[in-house]
Ligand binder design. Structure first.
Ligand code: A3P
Length: 347
């Protein structure tokens, strides 16, 4: 970048900083998990105050290509799993003559280094990821993920023919997973030695009232569900619990949806099983690259992999809390045909 371009970039940044501060003044605010990390409610969803500027950049500047493949999700609903599967499916052709689980880049990179987080990775200017100026140089299909609700996505994502894969997870396991992840996240983000995490019951209440990262949860899920029904060739709606039950079936479904179907030869040679095995939490969690190091200043790589189970919530929630979620599901999913399995099938 030459000096003029640098200057122009600085000017754009400065104007936006002022604008962001003005915008923040008008937004509803909440302290996330009683911490010093402030959330703001922007266009109906909650995001960190410090990350709002990234989102504005992303919304205004991201130019989707028709060939882009974008995973969408709420945090802690299986994003890491789906981006690993997507990456492996799309890139398996490049590894045709080498067994996937011997040569895959996933063996040496955290999945979030291979499929890029748009709003807080690319537009957050994470030094290990491509920056916005490098996006056009990426080979096609470009693979990304985003946590922004459908209605607030950049216009070009909605207007282009790019494909989106949404992963949803039952609210109870999403709450438990978020609780663990965000305690770590807040400790790192705020460096506040006095931070005392709320009880999981208080965290649960906040979640039910809609105060969760990029939530409200129910509106996010229903938004993508509706789009998947209205635009089935654009949005594929997947559930964590279904993937858990039959990873091979859903890997095939993903491969067909994104235009990289498995051939009968691949199927008979066990390529699909190799993909699902490589992307299993058991395999990814034991890789050195996922045990050590940080993705950025807020997230250690190991925090993307915890238990990866359906029904862990049974270790945390009392019957009254479960009833509350049942009632919320009835209310928020009414007329949508949407439901979640809350427990794994008995063996
Ligand atoms: P738990 O905290 O319940 O274990 P995200 O990737 O959206 O942040 O979601 C993280 C959740 O998905 C965590 O759930 C994590 O353990 C689980 N997970 C990560 N990789 C997985 C995989 N390969 N298979 C199944 N679950 C996975």
């Amino acid at each position: 970048m030459n000096q003029n371009e640098n200057q122009r970039d600085d000017e754009i940044q400065e104007v936006q900083e002022e604008e962001v501060q003005q915008l923040i003044q008008c937004l509803e605010k909440a302290n996330f998990m009683n911490s010093k990390l402030q959330l703001v409610k922007y266009q109906g969803f909650w995001t960190s105050r410090g990350g709002l500027k990234n989102i504005l950049h992303y919304q205004r500047h991201f130019q989707a290509h028709d060939s882009d493949l974008i995973v969408a999700s709420l945090p802690k609903t299986g994003t890491t799993w789906l981006i690993s599967l997507l990456f492996s499916i799309v890139n398996r052709v490049k590894l045709e003559h080498q067994p996937l689980n011997k040569k895959s880049p996933l063996l040496h990179h955290n999945p979030h280094e291979l499929v890029y987080h748009l709003e807080h990775g690319v537009y957050g200017k994470n030094p290990i990821l491509p920056n916005p100026n490098q996006l056009d140089e990426l080979s096609s299909p470009r693979l990304f993920y985003t946590h922004i609700p459908y209605g607030s996505l950049p216009k070009s994502i909605k207007a282009s023919s790019c494909k989106m894969l949404y992963i949803a997870r039952n609210p109870l396991d999403t709450i438990v997973s978020s609780y663990h992840f965000y305690i770590d996240f807040i400790k790192k983000a705020t460096e506040d030695q006095d931070f005392k995490p709320p009880s999981i019951e208080d965290f649960f209440d906040d979640f039910c009232e809609g105060r969760s990262m990029t939530g409200p949860y129910f509106e996010h899920v229903v938004g993508f569900w509706k789009e998947s029904l209205e635009q089935p060739s654009k949005v594929l709606f997947l559930k964590y619990e279904d993937l858990k039950e039959d990873p091979t079936f859903y890997s095939k479904k993903v491969a067909e949806f994104v235009g990289f179907p498995f051939s009968p030869r691949e199927e008979s040679e066990g390529v699909i099983d190799n993909v699902s095995e490589l992307c299993s939490i058991k395999k990814l969690k034991e890789l050195e690259v996922n045990k050590n190091g940080a993705m950025n200043k807020y997230v250690d790589k190991k925090t993307y992999f915890r238990k990866g189970e359906v029904g862990d919530w049974t270790n945390y929630f009392k019957p009254l809390m479960v009833d509350k979620i049942h009632k919320l599901m009835e209310e928020k999913f009414e007329g949508t045909d949407l439901s979640f399995k809350l427990l794994p099938n008995p063996q």
